[in-house]
Design a protein around this ligand. Structure first.
Ligand code: MEV
Length: 295
């Protein structure tokens, strides 16, 4: 018997970094997915050329097989429609897809919360840090309001989110950016608490505005969120330049998305400004990533 499952990548809409410290964020999924295929084998073997860190697959299998007392003599193959380079969360997607494949293969029913809890354990084991928002996105899909560690996971009904996504050309290392910020927070806690409280206010307003499709307001909130990310010291000149360029070209608003230090920026754009905004990203030295969101 062979089973095949999948899980989507993600894009952070609001609240990155603050969500590591107990605050909420809003994340949406992208259409790009990672697929995992499992079949019985003589021995444990992983064939996953696109996975940049195989430990996510290995640890998932170890924890699952320990928890449910099942055999790990399996052949695990992965396929991917996206590059791990863009910061779309390929590690969390492969983790969730592997859990789903194992639960299908062994016919062990798992709730979404159980999938999330196991996946989050894997991430913490390997990265040491992280809020778990990416595991929640891969598990639940669509757009979700999320609080650290899965304290709240609330699907939001969001329609027609017209995002233009720009890649900065630089691959960011999330874990080291999060750890670097952690050490800076240590020396100046009240300054950072103030920034996180402000980001929280933005996330709460964005939640309402997203449900109401209030694009103008969402754009303003994106710009404000980006300013606070600059204050956290996680943006880069390139990301700032791309965000400014799209706003000048008629976007409702823009911000970096994810840990910062590179990866992507996102902008919310009126239909009739998409072409102009895309050219402005290219002029600023970025690359357009054509992926649908909120899947
Ligand atoms: C990284 O994409 C988002 C962070 O908030 C880290 C996390 O929540 O795990 C910086």
């Amino acid at each position: 018997m062979k089973v095949k499952t999948s899980a989507p990548g993600k894009l952070m809409l609001f609240g990155e970094h603050a969500v590591v410290y107990g605050y909420p964020c809003i994340v949406t999924t992208v259409e790009s997915r990672i697929y995992v295929e499992i079949e019985k084998s003589e021995q444990f073997k992983i064939d996953a050329p696109q996975v940049k860190d195989l430990r996510f697959v290995e640890k998932t299998i170890e924890l699952f097989c320990d928890k449910y007392k099942v055999d790990n003599k399996l052949l695990i193959k992965t396929y991917s429609d996206f590059s791990s380079q863009y910061g779309f969360g390929s590690s969390s997607a492969v983790t969730v897809a592997t859990i789903r494949a194992l639960s299908d293969f062994y016919k062990i029913e798992m709730s979404k919360k159980e999938i999330f809890d196991l996946g989050y354990k894997v991430v913490l084991y390997i990265q040491g840090v992280g809020s778990g928002f990416d595991i929640a996105a891969a598990t639940y899909g669509g757009t979700i309001y999320f609080v650290t560690g899965g304290k709240v996971i609330e699907p939001l009904s969001v329609k027609n989110l017209s995002l233009v996504i720009g890649y900065s050309g630089v691959k960011a290392d999330t874990a080291s950016i999060v750890k670097n910020l952690e050490s800076r927070i240590h020396n100046s806690e009240s300054k950072y608490t103030k920034i996180f409280e402000n980001i929280k206010k933005i996330v709460e307003q964005a939640k309402v505005s997203l449900i109401n499709s209030d694009w103008k307001k969402i754009g303003e909130l994106m710009n404000q969120n980006h300013k606070f990310l600059q204050e956290l010291g996680v943006s880069t000149d390139k990301l700032d330049k791309m965000c400014q360029a799209v706003v000048d070209a008629g976007a409702f608003g823009a911000k970096l998305s994810g840990a910062g230090g590179g990866d992507c920026m996102i902008s919310l754009v009126p239909e009739n400004k998409i072409k102009k905004v895309e050219s402005s990203i290219i002029k600023a030295g970025g690359e357009i990533l054509n992926v649908k969101t909120n899947i």
